[in-house]
Design a protein around this ligand. Structure first.
Ligand SMILES: CC(C)(COP(=O)(O)OP(=O)(O)OC[C@H]1O[C@@H](n2cnc3c(N)ncnc32)[C@H](O)[C@@H]1OP(=O)(O)O)[C@@H](O)C(=O)NCCC(=O)NCCS
Length: 162
């Protein structure tokens, strides 16, 4: 399947919130919080739409990357349930990693629920490594967060190595 990716704007807020509420049932962000993320000068949010249907958002992802920072955080990522396991999550993560590299980031961090094996598998496959645990980070479910880090200074693939 083919998607088009573009920088998200506040015009995408309602589509993003539709996915957010259906995916993060117990810990969805509020519309106000998502709006401030989209409006922030320190974030990069991308949305993916189906080819030929630019208004139908099928996934989104966001990065917190203050100007000049060498560290950045993956804030969120979600793919609509009906288009999962088709590669969109990976495409969105690659877009964030590219944006982080372009901003001069060296270390990219994220937190993932300890019970979210699917997302952990995606991050593992991209080279993220677990570096710690935040007990009970996700409330009200009382689920631990696993903190993961990707070192961008290390090329993910060896090019021209001999
Ligand atoms: C996590 C999420 C973004 C992945 O999106 P996706 O488009 O389905 O992911 P992809 O199709 O790009 O998957 C890439 C790889 O990640 C791994 N993966 C993704 N979902 C998986 C699952 N449910 N179980 C096991 N591995 C999974 C696989 O290695 C997969 O490669 P494969 O399909 O060739 O085996 C999506 O499941 C989602 O939106 N989940 C709900 C929100 C969420 O958990 N966000 C993360 C918060 S930290």
């Amino acid at each position: 399947m083919t998607w088009q990716l573009r920088r998200a704007s506040v015009a995408d807020l309602h589509h993003i919130m539709d996915i957010e509420r259906s995916v993060f049932v117990t810990d969805a962000w509020s519309e106000e919080m998502m709006r401030s993320e989209l409006e922030s000068d320190h974030t990069v949010y991308v949305v993916a739409t189906a080819l030929g249907a630019p208004d139908i958002v099928q996934g989104y992802a966001g990065l917190m990357v203050p100007a000049g920072a060498t560290e950045a955080d993956v804030q969120t990522i979600a793919v609509a349930p009906q288009v999962r396991r088709m590669g969109l999550g990976r495409v969105l993560m690659h877009a964030l990693i590219k944006a982080a590299r372009a901003a001069g980031v060296r270390d990219l961090f994220l937190e993932v629920r300890a019970d979210n094996a699917g997302a952990q598998a995606l991050y593992d496959s991209l080279g993220f490594a677990g570096i710690g645990v935040r007990p009970g980070y996700y409330q009200p479910d009382d689920v631990d967060a696993i903190v993961m880090k990707l070192e961008l200074s290390r090329p993910s693939t060896a090019v021209g190595a001999s």
